[in-house]
Design a protein around this ligand. Structure first.
Ligand code: SAH
Length: 250
């Protein structure tokens, strides 16, 4: 990712971005810029839409009526999403919000819910997941929005996995040896650029024995421990994605 201005507010806009475009802000975004950040007409913000890179935009007015932004200049070109898919069993609301945001901040390019035997919450609000992904993208400076998959059963997911992707299986029952050499060997054999990666975290109840067996028979997987303590799923997400990002950037 190229450098960017950390201090300017960044906003996701669901609109095409080009020089001279004018974009009307939704109520919530207007409220955020004018009432929360207290910006005024003439102030600049950075905007992105997931496709057209990042742009400097200037507020044309900050009053009671709809707020408009004038798109002035591209500050960064578009960049592709990380080929790093985060597979997770849905959790209850607040933890799921946290986990989705942290996964995006930690580099996940796709959020893929998987339903396992012990998944607590099968009903999932995909709009809320998307809103969390957008909020995290605004915060951490990425320009490609993570994609969000429809929930899929773990079995079905394993059956139709694309060849060539590596599955990082975080197993609370794995022997607690360092995951770094294992990840390095699986993700970057002979030092090649990092292979496309899926990272899997189980539900709060852990994996059922038959799921573990199936996972251990899956081609191109690496089973890792995240240490001798049992982590909550949202903590495990941050830990494993930090390790994978470290290997990717070696
Ligand atoms: N209830 C289970 C723990 C589940 S923790 C038990 O007590 O055994 C939720 C998920 O986080 C796990 O399925 C696993 O994917 C991940 N996880 C938590 N701690 C881990 C560890 N020490 N090593 C590897 N994965 C871990």
């Amino acid at each position: 990712m190229s450098r960017y201005d950390f201090s300017a507010p960044r906003l996701f806009l669901d609109a095409p971005l080009q020089v001279g475009a004018r974009v009307q802000l939704e109520k919530q975004q207007s409220h955020y810029l004018c009432n929360v950040l207290r910006l005024a007409a003439g102030d600049a913000v950075l905007v992105f839409n997931g496709n057209d890179g990042e742009w400097r935009a200037v507020l044309t007015a900050c009053g009671r009526k709809a707020i408009e932004l004038n798109i002035e200049q591209q500050t960064r070109p578009p960049e592709p999403p990380n080929d790093l898919h985060y597979l997770f069993a849905p959790l209850k609301h607040a933890r799921l919000d946290y986990m989705a945001q942290k996964a995006v901040e930690m580099g996940a390019g796709r959020l893929q819910p998987v339903l396992t035997r012990r998944t607590q919450t099968e009903r999932l609000n995909l709009d809320r997941l998307q809103a969390n992904a957008i909020e995290a993208a605004e915060q951490c400076g990425i320009l490609a929005l993570p994609t969000i998959g429809e929930p899929v059963r773990l079995d079905a997911y394993l059956e139709r996995r694309a060849d060539g992707r590596i599955l990082v299986f975080c197993d609370e029952d794995a022997p607690p040896v360092s995951p770094l050499p294992l990840l390095r060997e699986a993700l970057r054999p002979k030092g090649v650029p990092c292979l496309p990666t899926d990272v899997l975290i189980g539900p709060e109840g852990g994996f059922a024995p038959e799921e573990r067996e199936k996972l251990l028979g899956t081609p191109n997987h690496v089973r890792i421990s995240l240490g001798p303590r049992i982590l909550r799923a949202d903590t495990a997400a941050v830990a494993v994605l930090a390790l994978v990002e470290a290997i990717r950037s070696e």
